[in-house]
Ligand binder design. Structure first.
Ligand code: COA
Length: 150
């Protein structure tokens, strides 16, 4: 009598099916929607369709941040406002805008000031990997600062 129990390559195929995430398509849509463009003229990071954006204002060098001769003062990018259309909220789009802005700050040796409440209250506490570019006074007080960061 033939056994119903899978064996050999059938097992491998079954394991692949069982461990493959079911939401391939929606993940891909969320990722492609998060392609972020920097608009220097508008002081804005935005999705390609321009509907979701993060606005910033450049400030004078931060007091107390790298003010020695060895480490020159850094300019501060004040992240003032983040906006995502209602229909696209909760997909992590604001987080993608933040990552682009923080990566830009790191690349250009700027500091980030999180005036926008989404960034100060949600993004920064959840992403310690970006704390090295945050104005030290704006880091969460109840979180330990990561070793090797300012
Ligand atoms: N302050 C802090 N956290 C906020 C927030 C705010 N004003 N608005 C939403 N969040 C939190 C949500 O509670 C959610 O938390 P959860 O993951 O525990 O559910 C998380 O942000 C969602 O993150 P994400 O998916 O990356 O955000 P989003 O793409 O939905 O966009 C906003 C978030 C704030 C940009 C969007 O709701 C928006 O445009 N709101 C109107 C403008 C606004 O209030 N901007 C913030 C002040 S500048």
């Amino acid at each position: 009598m033939e056994s119903w129990w899978p064996c050999g390559s059938d097992w491998a195929r079954l394991c692949t099916i069982l461990t493959t995430p079911p939401c391939h398509k929606s993940v891909k849509i969320a990722q492609s929607a998060a392609s972020v463009v920097w608009n220097a003229e508008k002081s804005r990071f935005a999705t390609e369709d321009g509907l979701a954006y993060l606005d910033y204002v450049m400030l004078n060098p931060a007091v107390g941040a790298g003010q020695s001769a060895a480490e020159p003062a850094k300019e501060v990018m004040d992240l003032v406002h983040t906006y995502v259309p209602v229909s696209k909220r909760g997909l992590g789009l604001a987080g993608e805008l933040c990552k682009a802005a923080f990566a830009h700050a790191r690349k250009h040796k700027l500091l980030v000031q999180p005036t926008c409440s989404y960034i100060s209250d949600t993004f920064i506490p959840r992403h310690p990997e970006w704390w090295d570019v945050v104005v030290p006074e704006c880091l969460p007080s109840d979180h330990e600062k990561p070793v090797g960061h300012m």
